[in-house]
Design a protein around this ligand. Structure first.
Ligand code: 13P
Length: 287
């Protein structure tokens, strides 16, 4: 059974570790992430972007697949199914589809409208038992056509949104989606520190988990980050492993063209990446 992300993140914040949100793209992806979480006894959040939802034939298909997989794979660790960077409309679609958690990305609205829509969605989520993430200060880079400039969040605005009653808060602190450029200035720990001081126990979310050096991840966790989103890292590992298989001509040997064989190295690479991240985030054994 799916659970919302509230309890796992409250525990993570108190225990000074972070739960990984790993974005999924298909059945193999989901299976690899769930298997790793179960093997490592780690709680996990499966992230679904609008683009990935569309690719997988809609949020209903995703929710039905994940729900059935959790049951048929005998998964015992807490699993949350979370809409990543949801529009107002997609939030409602995911609530209806059976997701256990949503992110309302109202960062592009004026603050008044962001507040009004966030409040409304919080009330719906509370009634239906979902967790809800909000974002303050846009996260840079490009993800599924959503382009952010990457400005740092205003700690007072963070407090304002946190006080509305969201379950977790994403704040821009110089992080971006996708690969970091050579001249990236790094995370702004002063901003993070100011946000955590204003928001207290609120679990903070770090987007753009791909390519952030391990010491910065650890420092971010020590300053209140309890959820870290990872997407690109698994994609890079998956494609490199499948390319290696094909370049070695293995798809031409025997039944190497069988998709279950062809995609197996990709799945193994996702598992290795997720394991590495869960170890770094400190969530191993916390289920
Ligand atoms: P990356 O693709 O940079 O890992 O970011 C993932 C993310 O933040 C999803 O919301």
């Amino acid at each position: 059974m799916l659970v919302n992300a509230k309890e796992m993140l409250v525990k993570a914040k108190a225990g000074k570790y972070a739960v990984g949100q790993f974005n999924i793209n298909n059945l193999e992806w989901t299976k690899a992430v769930l298997e790793t979480a179960e093997e490592l006894k780690s709680p996990v959040i499966l992230g679904v972007s609008a683009g990935a939802g569309k690719y997988m034939c809609g949020f209903k298909t995703v929710a039905a697949m994940v729900d059935a997989m959790v049951e048929s794979m005998g998964i015992t660790v807490p699993v949350a199914l979370h809409l990543d960077h949801g529009t107002y409309e997609d939030c409602y679609k995911c609530i209806d589809a059976g997701f256990s958690s949503i992110m309302f990305d109202g960062s592009h609205y004026a603050i008044e409208e962001n507040v009004a829509k966030t409040k409304e969605l919080i009330a719906v989520c509370e009634e239906k038992g979902l967790s809800i993430e909000a974002e303050v200060g846009s996260i840079g880079g490009e993800e599924d056509g959503v382009v952010g400039m990457g400005e740092c969040a205003d700690p007072d605005e963070c407090k304002l949104i946190a006080d509305l009653g969201v379950s977790m808060l994403a704040a821009g602190i110089g992080n971006i989606h996708g690969k970091y450029p050579e001249n990236w200035a790094g995370l702004s720990f002063e901003t993070l520190d100011a946000i955590q001081q204003k928001t207290g126990d609120m679990p903070l979310v770090l987007h753009g988990g791909t390519g952030i050096p391990a010491d910065m991840i650890k420092k971010a966790i020590s300053l209140g980050v309890a959820k870290i989103n990872v997407n690109t890292e698994c994609q890079i590992a998956f494609s490199a492993a499948v390319r290696e298989y094909i370049e070695a001509g293995k798809d031409l040997q025997g039944k190497g063209f069988d998709p279950r064989k062809l995609l197996a190295p990709g799945s193994a690479a996702i598992k290795a990446t997720v394991k590495e991240m869960m170890e770094l985030f400190g969530s191993v054994g916390k289920a």
